[in-house]
Design a protein around this ligand. Structure first.
Ligand code: SF4
Ligand code: SF4
Ligand code: FES
Length: 227
């Protein structure tokens, strides 16, 4: 079996327009898209650029668009595409600027995390966390910052809308009794993040590889606000 793969290529240093290049690879048992990218690099073009680290669906660095859907390249199996698609189109994450080939600029996400200060602040000592609160914290804590949700959310095109990744983080912090910034975080979600601009379309829920369900957490944040 053969994988026909069309890959977005762009190198700003070459002063060439972006283009799609087609590659053909023999299918290997258990092949993921990340493995396919490595084979392209080895066999066709060593300048081909993409990000990865853990190869185990943990670090969140390898997300790309596969036939228009954000997927973790290290988790996504090639087999269904070999069997059911004539051709697979690979693009960099939508809603992000391209640095080179499949590598996108994450700086805006990092900067916004800094401005929201997405870590436990104003720590209260010796807080006991009952199991039900722990379960609430864990909902957002499973997020691996892969940006799949950000790339698929129609509302992030509005510059003032923080996006599902940030609301998942804020949910996790609001649920945590060790964080002493509850009211401030709600203010951030509402005023800096425009929480109520969410369309509740559930697209982010559908593409999250860790089943964090950001849209569900956003609806819970709205209840946090009212409660
Ligand atoms: S539910 Fe809200 S956050 Fe999720 S994709 Fe839709 S608009 Fe974006
Ligand atoms: S909420 Fe899900 S899709 Fe969004 S960044 Fe976290 S793990 Fe990725
Ligand atoms: S390489 Fe870490 S999630 Fe894919």
């Amino acid at each position: 079996m053969e994988l026909k793969i069309k890959v977005f290529r762009y190198d700003p240093q070459r002063d060439e327009a972006p283009e799609f290049k087609e590659y053909k690879l023999h299918y290997e048992e258990g092949m993921t898209f990340l493995r396919a990218f490595h084979l392209i690099k080895e066999k066709y073009d060593e300048s081909f650029s993409f990000r990865h680290f853990c190869r185990a669906g943990i670090c969140g660095t390898c997300t790309v668009m596969v036939n228009g859907f954000p997927k973790l390249a290290c988790k996504e199996q090639v087999l269904p595409y070999v069997l059911f698609s004539n051709e697979v189109v690979i693009e960099p994450l939508a809603n992000f600027e391209v640095i080179k080939d499949l590598v996108v600029d994450n700086e805006a996400v990092i900067e916004r995390m800094r401005s929201f200060r997405t870590w436990v602040r104003g720590v209260q000592k010796e807080v006991s966390i009952p199991p039900e609160i722990n379960r609430l914290i864990e909902k957002g804590a499973d997020c691996i910052l892969c940006s799949a949700c950000q790339s698929y959310c129609p509302q992030v095109l509005e510059s003032g809308y923080a996006g599902p990744l940030f609301f998942a983080k804020l949910h996790r912090l609001l649920a945590d009794p060790r964080d002493g910034q509850r009211e401030f975080r709600l203010k951030e979600a509402l005023e800096m993040g425009n929480l109520y601009h969410c369309l509740s379309c559930n697209k982010c829920n559908n593409v999250c590889p860790k089943e964090v369900e950001p849209a569900t957490l956003i609806r819970e944040l709205m209840v946090f606000k009212d409660g």
